[in-house]
Design a protein around this ligand. Structure first.
Ligand SMILES: *Cc1c(COP(=O)(O)O)cnc(C)c1O
Length: 407
């Protein structure tokens, strides 16, 4: 049968997505203390200090700089490397623009490597193929809460003397072989934007154990001002990416909830995977043995040849059954965005290319696996407020609809 019409008038998922109350007494208590302070400046601010304390309970990294966004955290990490114009950073084509913005502003060249078809993370073999004499770093993106293969990537980085930056924006609480993401590579970069596991409106943290790069984090996020020595002999061109006390207050309180949020989302993701075993053509996400997925969202791939309708119609049928799911994730790989296709990075120009420091032509870049993932994936919304019963309804709806639309 090939109809996308719902099987009954009442949808299988017969209630709206349960939304958690994300902010409450813990945030209010910190904000109440904060308004009594004489200053809301981040440097040695009590809220920022508390944020660092809470952060280090999960990520015990020696140097940590709370900043204004995840994008800022990644930019700061890249900036500390002092790239020469045209130096290359290998990263993933399915990610947020925040991963590549800092590379481009530092006159580096993002080089896109293809992905593993089922973890949706960097394929170490393709990373290896993309290494050139100009490669300085690998930026691994832990997509959706699933750790990239950090064992393989850090081995490649060591072998080729490259820095490994971890983009943990989507993967608070995730682990690679028992180690929290952000602790394996040279830098862990985190986002606190409104849509992540934990949020303070906007914010981020960049952290490292590196004695070489660590002391520079705060200068690279604060106009190259030296808050420690108090000096203003500015030596580098650095942006202002400071956090402020209101954001830090909320973020510090949010971190106390991280374990509960993450363990609930992990449970929901694993429950979905076990219940979707009988849904024809649905391939759940793959987590490596020993890894811990924190399910910022739940992404599956579809064997589209199994169905009598295209993906959009299958998705419409799922929506009609009350399932909060979308056909696809980002519209195309990052390298295919107009800004890349047109090399339109600085007023229509791209100096490193125009001056012959790179031959990169984003119109020629192709990552076939990443493109296939975007063409056949579905992204399910997950919230920590979903009960098991709610998740069972979602799984039943997916099983019912995929069976109905299977050839
Ligand atoms: C959200 C996100 C960022 C950027 O974080 P912001 O706080 O929005 O700047 C970077 N990388 C990934 C993978 C993200 O999901």
């Amino acid at each position: 049968m090939s109809t996308a019409a719902p099987s009954a008038t009442k949808p299988i998922v017969d209630e709206p997505v349960p939304l958690p109350q994300r902010w409450g007494a813990a945030e209010l208590a910190r904000l109440t203390e904060m308004v009594k302070q004489p200053s809301l400046f981040y440097w040695k601010g009590p809220q920022t200090t508390a944020l660092l304390g809470e952060f280090r309970k999960h990520y015990p990294l020696k140097y940590a700089f709370p900043c204004s966004s995840g994008t800022a955290s990644l930019h700061i990490a890249v900036a500390t490397l002092k790239l020469r114009p045209g130096d290359e950073v290998i990263t993933a084509p399915i990610t947020d623009m925040g991963s590549v913005i800092g590379i481009l502003y530092q006159q580096g060249v993002p080089v896109f490597a293809d992905l593993d078809p089922h973890s949706y993370n960097l394929d170490p073999a393709d990373v290896r193929r993309k290494i050139t004499a100009k490669t300085r770093a690998i930026m691994a993106v832990h997509l959706a809460g699933n750790a990239a293969d950090l064992t393989a990537l850090s081995a490649i980085a060591r072998e080729h003397n490259l820095i490994l930056i971890e983009d943990c924006a989507q993967s608070w609480g995730a682990k690679h072989r028992g180690t929290p993401v952000g602790l394996v590579g040279d830098f862990g970069c985190y986002s606190l934007n409104d849509f992540k596991h934990i949020a303070c409106g906007d914010g981020g943290i960049v952290a490292t154990n590196s004695e070489h790069y660590g002391p520079g984090l705060s200068k690279w996020g604060d106009k190259s001002y030296d808050r420690v020595a108090g000096g203003r002999e500015v030596e580098e061109l650095a942006p202002n990416y400071r956090i402020s006390e209101p954001q830090a207050a909320v973020a510090a309180a949010q971190l106390t909830k991280l374990n509960d949020i993450v363990s609930r989302r992990h449970h929901i993701g694993e429950l979905l995977t076990s219940r979707l075993a009988g849904a024809p053509g649905v391939i759940p996400p793959a987590t490596a043995k020993g890894d811990y997925h924190s399910y910022w969202f739940y992404m599956v791939r579809l064997e589209l040849a199994c169905y009598s309708v295209p993906r959009a119609e299958l998705c419409t049928a799922l929506n009609a059954e009350g399932v909060a799911v979308g056909a696809g994730y980002i519209p195309r790989p990052v390298y295919a965005y107009p800004v890349f296709k047109n090399h339109n990075f600085f007023g229509g120009a791209w100096p490193v290319r125009d001056f012959g420091l790179t031959k990169m032509d984003y119109r020629q870049v192709k990552c076939p696996v990443a493109e296939a993932i975007l063409d056949d994936c579905l992204v399910f919304k997950i919230t920590e407020a979903m009960s098991d019963a709610y998740v069972e309804k979602v799984a039943r709806a997916v099983t019912t609809v995929t069976k109905r639309l299977a050839k």
